[in-house]
Design a protein around this ligand. Structure first.
Ligand code: NAD
Length: 447
């Protein structure tokens, strides 16, 4: 058990992580160099993140203490969680620059305070970083590895919007380590925090690679689904949805990510694929795989553009409404959102763009509307980006509307519906709202 934990970096992962770790009973010492963010966290407790379950943790009166510098933050901490950005470089690899900046201060503090620390890196790093860059950097500061400091690599598999659930119920805990002492400490801690956790203790490079391989497997599944979609759209009598669901019923494959929907997006999946590509390049490993996955993803985005062109040319669409502009619900993050890419394309065709999104506060080249009624009255077609509990109360209109339901959210029965004809359907969304709508199945025939 740790009595004092430091968390450095209080962003989309770090702040929920700090709140979650405090449920262990430890005192959590927090530091982020963005002072405005810290002020906001003190006042609003991460409300801007929209993470489901976060406010429950906040309401538990968790013991979070904010510090103005790293030395104070780590002073009495036995373990330091580091969850700062590792931005992608132009070559696709992740930069450790911010981690190194922090470690310089951590090293100075360890020397002054004369007590050893476990340094737990949660940020995603390029395979080889811990042994090739991070440990040597600390050693160059005249600190002894596995004596003055102990490094762990412990990335969490979280998806924005469900970060708390993913932290609380991980499939397994991935830990890279080279020290029996630190491995035992973290294992004991997680055994006290979780009920029967699956803990995978690996060598650093194995853990670094595993983190990437999990996400690149997901991108592969998404691109595979989109490849199947491409096959099926050549046949009027084949439903891509039913084919993919049937393939996924084989338990060796699984139904998750087996939808003929859109491209992969967000802050992690696209850049993890590029990072794996760079890792293979650096190690002279033949890899056409990453390129192929990305190529299919690019084609999937291009197909969305083609559908938009068809909408304009054949269906005379003059206005377009996004029900959700970010890449998913319950996050203010819109990194690599295909809806934003579509928005830019629509604007280049002089199509008016409206959006209803309760999470985004940034300004976009589109008109934000505050009600779903406004969205439907102003838009010739509604693009349903994601399903969201906020839409339950707003999706109330009775008139028939053109809905581009990319992810089949409004299917009444995933197995029985033939989607590739244009007609009126009675159907409901995940939240069991039964509605009459007209689905335009553009992504079958007109793509
Ligand atoms: N968000 C996710 O879903 C997710 C999932 C898995 C892995 N990760 C990885 O976790 C890491 C963090 O991601 P994130 O989404 O939380 O990023 P983020 O940008 O939301 O948050 C990072 C935080 O670090 C702070 N920071 C930057 N420089 C700092 C410094 N020098 N000292 C102290 N604080 C500093 C920033 O102010 C920010 O609040 C990345 O490596 C990311 O790849 C994120």
């Amino acid at each position: 058990m740790f009595r004092n934990i430091a968390v450095i970096g209080l962003g989309k992962l770090g702040y929920p992580m700090a709140q979650f770790l405090s449920s262990s009973g430890a005192k959590i010492n927090c530091y982020d160099n963005n002072k405005n963010l810290v002020d906001d966290l003190k006042k609003n407790h991460g409300a801007h993140l929209h993470e489901i379950g976060l406010q429950n943790l906040v309401n538990n009166n968790n013991d979070l203490i904010f510090h103005n510098n790293i030395a104070d933050c780590i002073n009495d901490a036995e373990i330091i969680y580091i969850t700062v950005p590792t931005p992608s470089k132009l070559d696709g690899s992740f930069s450790n620059e911010i981690i190194i900046q922090i470690l310089a201060e951590v090293a100075d503090a360890i020397k002054k305070q004369k007590n050893s620390k476990i340094i737990n890196i949660n940020s995603t790093v390029q395979p080889g970083s811990i042994e090739g860059e991070i440990i040597p950097f600390l050693e160059n500061k005249s600190l002894k590895n596995n004596s003055d400091f102990y490094v762990l690599y412990n990335p969490y598999f979280v998806a924005l919007g469900s970060v708390i659930r993913n932290l609380e119920e991980p499939d397994y805990l991935l830990i890279g380590s080279s020290s029996i002492f630190a491995s035992k400490k973290i294992t004991k801690f997680y055994n006290s925090l979780y009920k029967n956790p699956k803990i995978r203790l690996l060598k650093f490079k194995e853990a670094e690679l595993t983190k990437l391989l999990v996400n690149t497997y997901l991108t592969t599944k998404i691109s595979y689904s989109n490849f199947v979609k491409e096959i099926c759209k050549n046949f009027d009598d084949i439903s891509d949805l039913r084919v993919l669901e049937s393939v996924g019923l084989d338990r060796r494959i699984g139904t998750k990510f087996m939808l003929p929907g859109g491209p992969y997006s967000g802050p992690c999946l696209p850049r993890d694929n590029l990072s794996l590509k760079k890792f293979c390049l650096d190690n002279n490993i033949q890899n056409s795989f990453s390129d192929e996955v990305q190529k299919i993803n690019n084609v999937t985005i291009e197909n969305l553009y083609k559908i938009i062109s068809t909408l304009k040319n054949n269906h005379k669409i003059k206005s377009f409404g996004f029900l959700g502009l970010g890449y998913k619900s319950n996050t203010q993050c819109f990194e690599e959102s295909y809806s934003i890419k579509m928005m830019n394309f629509l604007r280049s065709l002089n199509i008016d763009v409206f959006y209803y999104d309760p999470y985004l506060s940034e300004k976009f080249d589109a008109t934000k509307v505050m009600t779903f009624e406004e969205l439907t009255s102003k838009s010739d077609i509604i693009f349903l980006s994601y399903i969201d509990q906020h839409f339950n109360s707003v999706v109330q209109i009775k008139q028939k509307k053109n809905i581009w339901d990319l992810w089949y959210h409004f299917s009444d029965s995933k197995f029985n519906k033939i989607f590739h004809k244009e007609s009126d359907f009675k159907y409901f969304n995940n939240q069991n709202l039964e509605k009459d709508r007209k689905i335009i199945k553009f992504n079958k025939k007109t793509a």
